[in-house]
Design a binder for this molecule. Structure first.
Ligand SMILES: Cc1cc2nc3c(=O)[nH]c(=O)nc-3n(C[C@H](O)[C@H](O)[C@H](O)COP(=O)(O)O)c2cc1C
Length: 409
């Protein structure tokens, strides 16, 4: 049977994704000072739905108002806003695509302007220059149980609001990924030590989300293929965790990698990766986690999506035909060209634009892309010529204003 980026995909729970392209999670920063959804989400998500992606995953939504990834996050924590969330979900599904809420707890990756005492599995501070993240304290076992309940409550709320599924965020060094990491998780209770114990929180969260929703409600997981850090969560450990995720009935596994300390998800190579020879085929295929996907997919009983680096339709179709993955995640290009999937399907474009190479200076990267999302949310065209240095300045001041608004509530 021939397969390409326009082929539909049936998930284990029975839900159908109309094609193989996914708008990967992109933090929007568009919530109000109570961290509720706004009409700006409605505008942005309508654009993504109409843009043709079979699956649209939201930016990370937090389960606890005390711990945010950034001040403008949507939070579901008894703060109201269900009507607006329903409008957001309706707009994000107008084209008949799947719309999954990415559910997250940032743990120690909570910025200091949001929280001066974040929590983590153990009191291990981020190893980053500057003072943007306060050292965390270790969570009590009661707090770990509370996190499980919070994920389940948010999953149920997402379903009630009209989101067609959820994605549990267990990648990029956020709380669930911190629990998986032997570097950050130094606990000696049932949540730490062996891989089985370190993976317990993720498995318990998935089980609780399933129990709070329904057997036919898609539950995906975003997982690091590796943390790419000496002594961190490794590829071998990932393979075992993926076996367990199969037992938990996960519907889609999204493979990514890295953390704030080692931002591999953006294509930044660790020393070991940079020293390793790169196979020509991998380079040609653009996607930097594809070589890990092969080993992981061999044990995965659920469909696998790979996000990071995919730009050309040829590389996407080639990876699908080779059976290396089932779905393709697209991040940065979707911050500017919300209709990229449609353009690829029609043949108008053979490839996404790689704004990050040459156009946006690496340090300005995230700020540049985040500002484009704010513009689209405001109903303004993206600014493809936006200067990198100006983007960093503007982003810093808009984040500071959002953090101040939180303090004033
Ligand atoms: C502006 C921006 C915001 C992001 N926000 C999130 C997020 O909320 N959750 C997440 O899992 N990944 C997030 N990511 C990572 C992307 O989902 C994706 O993994 C990464 O951009 C690599 O894919 P790409 O090469 O297609 O951009 C973000 C990336 C960017 C550029």
């Amino acid at each position: 049977m021939s397969i390409d980026i326009q082929s539909p995909l049936t998930l284990p729970c029975g839900a159908v994704v109309p094609n193989r392209l996914c708008k990967a999670a992109l933090t929007e920063g568009l919530a109000d000072e109570m961290n509720r959804a706004t009409p700006r989400h409605e505008r942005l998500y309508r654009a993504w739905s109409e843009g043709g992606a079979g699956l649209v995953v939201t930016g990370n939504v937090q389960v606890d108002r005390r711990y945010l990834e950034r001040p403008g996050n949507v939070v579901i924590d008894g703060n109201g806003g269900l009507d607006m969330l329903k409008r957001y979900a309706a707009a994000g599904t107008v084209a008949g695509n799947q719309l999954w809420m990415q559910v997250n707890h940032p743990g120690r990756q909570t910025p200091v302007h949001v929280c001066t005492e974040p929590v983590a599995p153990s009191a291990v501070a981020l190893n980053l220059p500057g003072a943007m993240y306060a050292p965390p304290r270790a969570m009590t076992s009661g707090e770990v149980d509370d996190v499980v309940e919070r994920f389940a409550r948010v999953a149920a709320h997402a379903r009630d609001a009209g989101f067609t599924g959820i994605q549990v965020h267990a990648a990029h060094g956020y709380l669930l990924s911190q629990f998986l990491s032997p570097l950050v998780n130094q606990r000696t209770d049932q949540w730490g030590g062996s891989l089985e114990n370190r993976a317990r929180l993720l498995r318990t969260v998935i089980r609780a989300c399933r129990a709070a929703t329904a057997p036919d409600f898609p539950i995906g997981v975003k997982l690091n293929s590796s943390d790419f850090q000496q002594g961190g969560f490794s590829e071998e450990e990932c393979v075992q965790v993926v076996r367990w995720l199969g037992e938990e009935g996960v519907d889609l596994l999204e493979l990514s990698g890295g953390s704030y300390e080692q931002p591999s998800m953006m294509g930044v190579k660790s020393k070991a990766q940079a020293a390793a020879p790169v196979a020509e085929s991998t380079r040609r295929r653009e996607a930097y986690f594809l070589e890990y996907a092969r080993t992981i997919r061999a044990v995965a009983t659920m469909p696998v999506m790979v996000t990071g680096g995919f730009r050309s339709r040829a590389a996407m179709d080639e990876a699908l035909v080779a059976g290396e993955l089932d779905m393709i995640g697209l991040g940065r290009p979707m911050c500017v060209d919300t209709d990229l999937p449609r353009r690829l399907f029609s043949g108008e474009w053979a490839s996404a634009q790689s704004y990050e190479t040459g156009i946006v200076p690496p340090k300005a990267g995230l700020a540049w892309f985040c500002l484009q999302l704010l513009r689209i949310g405001d109903g303004i065209e993206p600014d493809r010529a936006l200067d990198g240095a100006r983007a960093m300045e503007r982003y810093a001041s808009s984040e500071a204003a959002a953090a101040k608004a939180l303090q004033g509530r």
